[in-house]
Design a binder for this molecule. Structure first.
Ligand SMILES: [Fe+2]
Ligand SMILES: [Fe+2]
Length: 348
């Protein structure tokens, strides 16, 4: 996405480049030294001293130049209240306290724009996907900013996914998600779809389908606190990065354990979806007797979804090859469930 970065200090430009590029295209503009008109197609990001009256006037001018730009993001250190108010008075549509948080606002904008573009192109993304992706985007964004998780939103997103798979089947869901979404959101949407498809295949009742579905929706929420340099790394993680990444089940558990209405089964799924029957998983090194049925189903769904999605360092695997890998993990996954998963992996 095109990001017009407006600042009062040239020293801020290299730092923001590191955060946003290459995913986004940065167009820096130094207040008071560059009056070149710019086109309004991107997102405006302002990081300048809002206590300085001269700067405020200059920002007003830039905002006027970019009046057709819908999204205007302002950085206000420590969310100082009068400055947040000043930012909104200048036309901010969102205020963040650190430049890095902008990236999550941009992800949300990107999801919404893609949905709108697809609608304009006459090939709309199914609304279940758009609604669910937006719900995931806002959950991750809230967590990164230290905000609260809205369990109702997560439950509604899960219900949309269940409804879509019941109506159109898993194959349509997987194809649509992979066509319309990328990265963390794609993974969450795929895992939830696969888990729901698996539960339906097993003949689970609606309560159990919803229970597994919400655990899948929330299973990787802890990744909201893993640095993007690790999540988006275009290569294998080094041992230090791998250790950092492996913190995400415990982080997710910590974020959710005090949320009103969350079920113990869901928390179990979030914390233990990387555990294996032979005790080789993490974070608690559980063994078979300690691993619940829900976790067993979730783990199989998570591994399969991860294999069939594109990762920065490899292309997506075919469903056949992904299923072969599940079959080769005999001691780690429950064999009878992997056998039952065959129809989900290859047919559904
Ligand atoms: Fe995970
Ligand atoms: Fe996952």
């Amino acid at each position: 996405m095109l990001v017009h970065f407006v600042t009062d200090q040239t020293s801020k430009i290299p730092a923001i480049r590191l955060v946003l590029e290459p995913r986004h295209q940065l167009v820096p503009r130094l207040l008071g030294s560059d009056d070149t008109p710019v086109d309004s197609s991107g997102v405006l990001m302002v990081d300048a001293d809002l206590r300085d009256a001269v700067r405020v006037e200059q920002i007003r001018g830039v905002v006027q130049d970019l009046k057709d730009t819908v999204e205007k993001l302002f950085v206000v250190q420590n969310n100082v209240r009068p400055l947040v108010a000043q930012a909104y008075a200048l036309g901010a549509t969102a205020v963040v306290s650190r430049p890095r948080e902008i990236i999550f606002e941009l992800e949300q904008i990107d999801v919404a724009r893609k949905a709108a573009k697809q609608t304009n192109d006459g090939a709309p993304a199914p609304s279940e996907i758009t609604d669910s992706a937006l719900a995931f985007a806002s959950m991750f964004s809230a967590v990164r900013r230290g905000g609260k998780i809205n369990l109702l939103d997560a439950e509604q997103a899960t219900a949309h996914i269940i409804g879509s798979i019941e109506a159109n089947g898993l194959r349509a869901w997987l194809d649509d998600v992979r066509r319309y979404h990328e990265g963390t959101f794609q993974h969450c949407l795929l895992v939830t779809g696969v888990a729901v498809g698996f539960a339906l295949e097993l003949g689970c009742g609606s309560t159990d389908v919803a229970r597994l579905g919400i655990a899948a929706t929330l299973h990787d929420l802890g990744k909201a606190h893993i640095p993007l340099t690790i999540l988006d790394k275009a290569g294998r993680l080094d041992p230090g990065e791998e250790a950092n990444m492996r913190r995400h089940p415990e982080i997710g558990y910590g974020l959710l354990k005090d949320v009103a209405g969350i079920s113990p089964e869901c928390l179990d799924g979030v914390r233990h979806h990387h555990e294996y029957l032979d005790g080789s998983g993490y974070p608690d090194g559980l063994t078979a007797p300690e691993i619940s049925d829900l976790v067993r189903l979730l783990t199989i769904s998570d591994i399969f979804a991860a294999l069939i999605e594109a990762r920065p360092y490899r292309s997506p695997m075919s469903r056949q090859d992904a299923y072969k890998i599940l079959r080769s993990m005999g001691g780690k996954l429950e064999t009878s469930l992997v056998t039952a998963f065959r129809d989900v992996a290859l047919v559904a």
